[in-house]
Design a protein around this ligand. Structure first.
Ligand code: PLP
Length: 376
């Protein structure tokens, strides 16, 4: 089955009691049991819910993994993954990860005796060098937020297998339509479903896909024990969003390519980060492991003042956090998504004060470009 067919059909079956073609939103906390030990596979809704199950099966099929697990937000999914660890364990993380991932590692879980090292994973040697006996996990993001750095997925999978370390990829930016890390040997993929998967900026959710039965069993246990599950209504919204994921991603990619080409020609723009530009330092790697370059771009206007002025002037492009919705969103990473990253760490990773991030929407690209032009 092709990707678009799976997006529409995987995990979704007509309701056995009514024939309802669309997955019902099962608003129940508990399930009737005919007698002790006799039920239809559902007992309590924190453990499982049919609407959530449909989404979990759907995302597993799209990522080419065995099992899916749905959580109340991307951070709830990331938190569940770090619950696989014990005091004293060490994690190697991409230096440019989502600000929230940095925050939970450095400012929350450090207090529980977990140790996080943030390294430049675009060079695989840095990963090998950072792995020590206590290392249990390598957690990467590719492309990274917001500087669009690319990490070699197959290379990471090989290093992790060699050291017996769990490999995790935050696939939020690429989505399974453009990149399937499990097929390249990665153990676990996670998503902020809030972004492209749902795609309409109207819910929060997190998804995990695993390919190893042992990890699935541990994560199911964590999911019901910690309890940060996705609600049935949000599961339903996300399922509906995913049906059009391929169509939306094609448009996000083509619009972003045009916007990136426009930006490189503007004299006010010092640099543009987009993996689809041949000038991107890892253009060839992106081309090899991705089926498209995505809808995210960042560019440097030189100073905080210039960025601030530009962001005040945009009209169609909404100044807002988040990304991956049908509408174009624009943001200032240094003071928004990455505010909890210390300034010296930000500077090291290219999150400069003049950096602006744009999540290119599916509007007519001429209108997006016209807005950027007047704002510049
Ligand atoms: C937004 C985001 C998250 C966090 O997800 P939430 O749904 O906001 O909790 C994690 N990783 C990436 C790459 C993100 O963009």
């Amino acid at each position: 089955m092709g990707f678009s067919t799976k997006a529409v059909h995987a995990g979704i079956e007509p309701d056995p009691t009514t024939g309802s073609l669309m997955t019902p939103v099962h608003l129940t906390s508990t399930y009737y049991q005919e007698e002790l030990g006799v039920n239809k596979g559902y007992e309590y809704a924190r453990v499982s819910n049919p609407t959530r199950t449909a989404l979990e099966k759907n995302i597993a099929a799209l990522e080419g993994g065995k099992e899916g697990l749905a959580f109340g937000s991307g951070m709830a999914a990331i938190s569940a993954l770090f619950h696989l660890l014990k005091t004293g364990d060490h994690v190697v993380v991409s230096r440019n990860v989502y600000g929230g991932t940095y925050r939970i590692g450095k400012l929350v879980l450090n207090n529980y005796g977990l140790d996080f090292d943030f390294v430049d994973t675009t060079n695989l040697k840095n990963i090998s060098a950072a792995i020590k006996p206590a290392t249990k996990m390598v957690f990467i993001e590719t492309p990274t937020n917001p500087t669009m750095e690319i990490t070699d997925l197959e290379g990471v999978a090989n290093i992790c297998r060699k050291h017996g370390v769990i490999s995790i990829v935050d696939n939020t930016f690429a989505t399974p339509y453009l990149q399937t890390p499990i097929e390249l040997g990665i153990d676990i993929v996670l998503h902020s479903a809030t972004k492209y998967l749902n795609g309409h900026s109207d819910m929060l959710g997190g998804l995990i896909v695993v390919n190893r039965p042992d990890l699935n069993e541990q994560l199911r246990f964590i999911q019901k024990s910690v309890g940060a599950i996705l609600s049935p209504f949000e599961a339903w919204m996300c399922l509906r969003g995913i049906k059009t994921l391929p169509l939306r991603m094609d448009r996000h990619c083509s619009n972003a390519m045009e916007v990136a080409k426009f930006l490189v020609k503007q004299k006010q723009v010092k640099s543009v980060n987009y993996p689809g530009l041949t000038s991107h330092p890892q253009y060839r790697l992106a081309k090899k492991q991705m089926r498209g370059f995505g809808g995210m771009i960042s560019f440097d206007l030189g100073s905080a003042e210039k960025a601030k002025m530009f962001l005040k002037r945009v009209r169609l492009c909404a100044l807002a956090e988040s990304l991956g919705g049908v509408e174009t969103l624009i943001s200032h990473p240094a003071t928004m998504t990455h505010a909890s990253v210390p300034p010296d760490q930000r500077k090291k990773t290219g999150v400069t004060d003049g950096l602006v991030r744009i999540s290119v929407g599916i509007e007519d690209v001429e209108d997006i470009i016209a807005d950027l032009k007047q704002a510049l």
